[in-house]
Design a protein around this ligand. Structure first.
Ligand code: PLP
Length: 351
């Protein structure tokens, strides 16, 4: 098997880093207070093991979503939960399903369990082929909504109708739901075969901490608790995530800023002649084009290098026809967006 290839994480400064969809703003001040408090003056709380089932985080998630806390399972990042789901429900003869394109971690996790992968293509109109998902034969299907790397969103009503027809476990990976108009939490509340996974990495600006959670049917929560590491989240991550989830005001403000910048990026790129997928997450997939160069895989590589020479880091997905002409650009601060747009304009004017 081959390892997951993460986006570049340069450890030196001086980059406008728009390649891994991190939040450009600091987390809620309540997070910093909670971490300081959990640490104490001399850090002696770190001598003690944390809550084994992350009860502070689960209680806060339950409150935030009006969801039973007994059915919330915490993960060391939502990647941990995706891995647990695959370990528990997939294997030889029990395929993992995913949309194509979507998150490239799923096949890596499936390979480790010797589980086959079935891919349901997303068409050029970015619609969800629910009939194909329902008939995919997957034991569990990862529906990334909003989709990454495209950024397109699928209507919750279509997912609800799919859930009632799909015989396996439907996992809606809602890493970007904070930036979208709809989510599937109500569905996870009702349906015995729907799990929603959430991360604190994107909307809550806590990618450095590693915290996520799954909203599950009771039986699935029970299974995940059996297979997870007994202390899968550290004390500081639990405290920080709980504080972040309790500060709904901060989240709404932050998401508002990002959506405003996203709209501006969308308009300016479109005006420049760069086609964009209507974005539902905190990133824009856009196809560089100029008078001299039509959108193509090569054009995207060329624009990528130009941006890189200006120390602006974005991400390419050259392995799929729907993404190969594009650059995926995370929505940063207004200043970061301006730096990106200026370099993009500069590239567009090159001959
Ligand atoms: C970022 C991302 C995740 C992972 O989130 P972590 O909590 O940081 O592990 C999961 N799914 C998708 C689609 C993502 O983009």
């Amino acid at each position: 098997m081959s390892a997951y290839v993460p986006g570049e994480q340069p450890q030196d400064g001086g980059w406008v880093k728009l390649n891994t969809n991190e939040n450009p703003y600091p987390p809620s001040p309540a997070v910093v207070r909670a971490v300081r408090e959990a640490l104490g003056d001399d850090g002696s709380s770190l001598r003690l093991y944390p809550s084994p089932d992350s009860s502070p985080l689960r209680a806060a998630a339950a409150e935030a979503h009006a969801f039973p806390s007994s059915r919330v399972v915490a993960g060391n990042g939502s990647d941990d939960l995706l891995n647990l789901l695959i370990r528990a429900y997939a294997g030889p003869g029990r395929p993992v399903g995913m949309l194509d394109p979507s998150y490239s971690l799923y096949p890596v996790l499936a390979a480790a369990q010797d589980a086959p992968v079935v891919r349901v293509p997303i068409g050029p109109d970015f619609r969800l082929d629910a009939a194909a998902v329902a008939a995919s034969g997957a034991a569990l299907f990862f529906l990334t909504n909003p989709n990454a790397p495209l950024g397109a969103g699928f209507p919750a009503a279509e997912i609800a109708s799919l859930a009632s027809r799909f015989p396996g476990l439907l996992v809606v990976d809602e890493a970007y739901a904070a930036f979208a108009e709809e989510d599937c939490i109500a569905l996870a509340k009702e349906m015995p075969n729907v799990v929603v996974t959430r991360t604190l990495s994107k909307g809550h600006a806590l990618a450095g901490l590693r915290a996520g959670y799954a909203l599950c049917p009771a039986e699935v929560a029970d299974v995940l608790h059996r297979v997870r590491d007994s202390y899968n989240l550290d004390r500081l991550a639990q405290a920080a995530a709980a504080a972040a989830l309790r500060d709904a005001g901060w989240l709404a403000h932050n998401v508002g800023l990002i959506k405003r910048t996203r709209t501006r990026m969308l308009h300016e790129l479109t005006a420049m002649g760069w086609r964009c997928v209507t974005p539902c997450g905190n990133f824009v997939l856009t196809e560089p084009a100029s008078a001299r160069r039509a959108a193509s895989r090569e054009t995207s590589a060329h624009a990528f290098e130009h941006l890189r020479s200006r120390r602006i880091l974005v991400r390419r997905f050259p392995g799929h026809p729907l993404t190969e002409k594009g650059l995926r650009v995370s929505v940063g601060t207004d200043a970061e967006a301006d730096a990106f747009l200026a370099a993009a304009r500069e590239w567009t004017a090159l001959d």
